[in-house]
Design a binder for this molecule. Structure first.
Ligand code: AMP
Ligand code: GLY
Length: 466
């Protein structure tokens, strides 16, 4: 049995709370001597054995390749979707540097909703009933919307591609859908969608149920599941208000059995991996399945080509073993040595007992335009309480403080023997960290039933709103 290789120098690409959590986790592992983060943020470089490369533009493939070469990185891990779409993984692969993160072509599983539906259908993976429409097909789109609305449960309009201001609108009727359709048919950032006749909008049947995030480490053909997490996307307590990039997360998810991650991996991720490989675009990276647990079983709502944020902030602290060797094995296209060392029949990475709860603190104005420059208090106290604090939208404020500088500003994570104690600690930490206008939820980790029948406002902001 060959042993997985431990990387000693790792480059993480990105600069949010997810990348802070990745750098913290990787830098704390045996054998790692330095994690560089490009560009990182004001706080990430204060972690032991972590250095930020603030001057690197993560969206310029050649700049990331040069940074990895300069740092002598043995592994590059890409956090956000934008560098994937910019072709950063492709450039690193071409330069012969092991990269954990999919090629631009494979990342279309996230960057085009129509592509995701197409791949899932070919793979026999269940998604909501849907159709894709191109610019100029407004009439046909409205007719399909009317058919779905006629069934009485509403519909969902999704812009295809990662447009800035990308929207997912959950609509009760055709009138609500029309505005979202007109907007979505006008805009998309997916370059493939600029081809004549390419889809610009996807209309879906609306499904009901609790959501979960199941993320796997994949090597193009095989995968291993990370602990399952639940994200809360709505801004307000009780899952009310507009959609956001995520206001908090927890793991494990108590309404699922322990082996759920591995079972869902077999049902969703592995068929999708096989189909992408069959098409000549194998997916190597974090494959994220956003599932909704309907009365008829789990259904795929979306795939992402990366770790979730804020899911990463609660998943990574729960891992029992080092992640670096797992990611390096996958980056080299062979998870075999990792899979061989898992307990018999297990397709999940071992986790520590207990739970983690992460509460996102957001700036005033989020998910619209956030108010910047507010001085943040209580950070040291939260750490003294035993919380982890992962920064996203912060700026150093001399001599040794921080100010707000983005929408989702930071995530406060509490760990405990069970969900209740993890939640209690996260709540204490989140209460301690404060600034003028701070927004947060107070029910992360409490089992909240989705509010039946309540829609997000048309053209709610989702992934685009950081
Ligand atoms: P997406 O970016 O596709 O995951 O959509 C963002 C959020 O919109 C999801 O997490 C759900 O809360 C909601 N959503 C998306 N698609 C559907 C659907 N077909 N039915 C109900 N809610 C949905
Ligand atoms: N938390 C959802 C996402 O990262 O897309």
């Amino acid at each position: 049995m060959s042993l997985p290789i431990m990387p000693t120098r790792i480059l993480v690409v990105g600069g949010g709370a997810r990348e802070h959590a990745l750098a913290w986790k990787l830098a704390g592992e045996p054998g790692v001597n330095e994690v560089a983060v490009a560009p990182g943020n004001a706080a990430i470089g204060t972690e032991p054995r972590v250095r930020t490369l603030r001057e690197v533009d993560a969206l310029i493939p050649a700049a990331v390749v040069a940074a990895a070469q300069g740092h002598a990185s043995e592994l590059v891990v890409i956090g956000p979707e934008a560098p994937l779409e910019a072709g950063v993984a492709d450039a690193l692969t071409e330069a012969g540097i092991p990269v954990f993160g999919p090629s631009r072509a494979a990342a279309r599983i996230e960057t085009s909703k129509a592509f995701c539906h197409d791949v899932a259908a070919a793979a026999g993976v269940r998604m909501a009933a849907s159709r894709a429409f191109a610019a100029g097909e407004l009439e046909a789109a409205l007719a399909y919307a009317a058919t779905l609305a006629g069934s009485g449960s509403g519909l969902v309009v999704k812009a295809d591609g990662l447009a800035a201001g990308k929207g997912v609108a959950v609509c009760d009727d055709v009138a609500a859908a029309e505005d979202a359709l007109v907007r979505a048919l006008r805009q998309t950032a997916d370059p493939m969608a600029r081809l004549p006749g390419a889809p610009r909008v996807v209309i879906e049947e609306r499904l009901f149920g609790r959501e979960i995030s199941v993320i796997a480490v994949t090597d193009g053909h095989r995968g291993v599941a990370l602990p399952v997490a639940r994200d809360h996307k709505r801004l307000g307590d009780g899952d009310r208000g507009p959609n956001t990039g995520g206001m908090g997360a927890y793991s494990p998810v108590p309404d699922l059995p322990d082996d759920a991650g591995a079972r869902l991996l077999a049902e969703f991720h592995l068929p999708i991996l096989a189909e992408l490989a069959r098409r000549g675009t194998p997916f190597r990276g974090f494959l994220y399945a956003g599932l909704i647990l309907t009365d008829d079983g789990p259904v795929l709502l979306e795939c992402n080509a990366r770790l979730g944020d804020p899911e990463a902030q609660v998943i990574l602290p729960r891992l029992a073993g080092p992640l670096g060797p797992v990611l390096l094995a996958a980056a080299r296209g062979d998870l075999g040595p990792v899979l061989e060392r898992l307990p018999a029949d297990s397709l999940s990475l071992p986790t520590m007992p207990g739970a983690a709860v992460g509460i996102v603190l957001a700036a005033e104005g989020y998910p619209g335009t956030p108010k910047r420059g507010q001085t943040i208090g209580g950070l040291d106290e939260a750490v003294r309480l035993g919380c982890l604090v992962f920064h996203a939208g912060t700026l150093a404020r001399p001599p040794n403080g921080y100010a707000t500088n983005g929408g989702r500003v930071l995530t406060v994570v509490g760990r405990g023997d069970d969900l209740a104690s993890a939640r209690a600690l996260a709540e204490r930490g989140a209460e301690t960290v404060t600034w003028d206008g701070v927004q947060r939820r107070h029910d992360i980790g409490i089992d909240v039933d989705p509010v039946a029948g309540e829609s997000a406002p048309a053209v709610a902001i989702t992934g685009g709103a950081r």
